[in-house]
Design a protein around this ligand. Structure first.
Ligand SMILES: Cc1cc2nc3c(=O)[nH]c(=O)nc-3n(C[C@H](O)[C@H](O)[C@H](O)COP(=O)(O)OP(=O)(O)OC[C@H]3O[C@@H](n4cnc5c(N)ncnc54)[C@H](O)[C@@H]3O)c2cc1C
Length: 379
């Protein structure tokens, strides 16, 4: 897309987020609930704007934006709350590994937003450490039988499809031991669906479930049997960029609010913006937001160039942006004094929502381990 075209897309998204999504956020947060028909309607509105599944390549029916163009759109999408960013259908890039039959059967519903999909990796005894995964897939006639427990999985209760990562060859190394399965939530082997109570991301639900002899047909293996680690890695760096942009979007909103408030709030006879004690945190926010944007763009450039640097660039960006948004939200809230802590304003929500980004899509510690290994030459 030309620079003008992407600027126009960006403006459309910005307007949609400001006029349709931002006004819905407070009530969703308060209720910790969101009406599924409302979300389905928003997905249809976004589809009508040609923006649903905007991150997918043309081969999967998406617009085929470069990653550098994509992050410009994502920055605008990041300016709304977690349950509402989902309405844009940032679909897993691992869907590129779908067989022709899967594309014909499953893709149309995902592309038009009538069905949604989530990714189930984490288990009670395994999150960062994939070697410890215990959900087991056993080969049986015509397919696989899955047993075990998954936890902290996004939006299972509203997704038609779940990409389940399971151990299918415990004796192999990580690159051969795991397989990814496309499973319908209605699979009779999916039991004990629970919803966790959590700190932020209200209205966006994290679920756990048990698999008891859940049968998955051979044609619903995603990628090659034993290739689950590679299937997962195909999308994870893109997901880390997505998370980075969500962090940037929240940080931008917090900083814009803090700048406005500092100009108009008076104390000791002058706007608080005249005091260095307020100027310095605003300056720190400004610098950190610019640094975050720079790291996101560097990762996007590496992705578009097909560079080996992409993996580490995505880790750098995810690590920095997820920690940055926590600092920026905290400083912005402080500029508001007491009113910042009240639920009348979204600052306290930004602060609560920011915390999860240091955990999901690979914790800060896991990013640091990858970055340090690469820096030390171990890759
Ligand atoms: C909001 C949210 C959404 C999520 N959505 C999903 C989802 O959709 N699908 C999904 O599969 N999962 C999801 N998760 C789960 C998430 O991916 C895991 O919680 C995360 O990967 C960490 O795994 P864990 O909780 O098992 O922590 P653990 O792996 O047990 O780690 C505990 C702590 O130890 C640290 N640690 C572990 N190993 C080391 C080491 N070698 N060196 C230093 N520190 C170490 C970790 O960084 C962490 O601080 C979500 C989590 C959250 C909070």
């Amino acid at each position: 897309m030309s620079a003008e075209e992407i600027a126009a897309v960006r403006e459309t998204v910005r307007r949609f987020v400001r006029t349709r999504l931002n006004p819905l956020e407070a009530a969703i947060d308060e209720a910790d609930e969101v009406d599924e028909t409302l979300l389905a309607g928003l997905r249809q509105e976004i589809a009508a704007l040609g923006l649903y599944g905007f991150n997918l390549p043309e081969s999967l029916g998406g617009p085929g934006l470069s990653v550098q163009d994509r992050v410009q759109v994502l920055e605008e999408i990041g300016r709304t709350s977690m349950p509402l960013t989902e309405c844009f259908g940032h679909l897993p890039i691992s869907l590129t590994l779908m067989s022709a039959d899967q594309r014909a059967r499953i893709l149309p519903g995902l592309l038009d937003g009538s069905e949604t999909i989530t990714y189930a990796l984490t288990e009670p005894d395994a999150g960062s450490d994939l070697n410890a995964l215990k959900v087991k897939g056993e080969k049986v006639a015509g397919g696989w039988r899955l047993n075990g427990t998954k936890q902290f999985i996004s939006n299972v209760e509203t997704s038609e499809w779940i990409i389940v990562l399971a151990t299918t060859d415990a004796g192999a190394n990580l690159k051969g031991r795991l397989t990814t399965f496309l499973m319908r939530r209605s699979n009779p082997g999916l039991k004990n669906l629970v919803r966790y109570r959590k700190m932020g991301w209200r209205g966006y639900h994290l679920n756990g479930f048990v698999l008891e002899d859940a049968f998955i047909a051979d044609e619903d293996v995603l990628g090659a049997p034993g290739g689950g680690f590679l299937t997962m890695m195909a999308g994870i760096n893109h997901d880390r960029i997505f998370v980075s942009c969500r962090c940037l979007g929240i940080a931008l909103r917090a900083q814009e609010m803090a700048l406005d408030y500092a100009r108009q709030r008076k104390a000791f006879g002058a706007p608080i913006s005249e005091y260095q004690g307020i100027q310095f945190p605003l300056a720190d926010n400004d610098v950190e937001i610019a640094a975050a944007r720079g790291l996101i763009r560097a990762a996007a450039e590496a992705a578009d160039a097909g560079s080996d640097e992409f993996r580490i660039a995505a880790s750098r960006s995810k690590l920095y942006c997820s920690e940055m948004v926590n600092r920026v939200a905290d400083r912005a809230l402080q500029v508001f004094g007491g009113i910042g802590y009240m639920r009348d304003l979204p600052l306290e929500r930004f602060y609560r929502d920011a915390r999860a980004f240091k955990i999901g899509e690979g914790t800060s510690e896991m990013q640091r381990i990858q970055i340090a290994r690469a820096a030390l030459g171990g890759r």
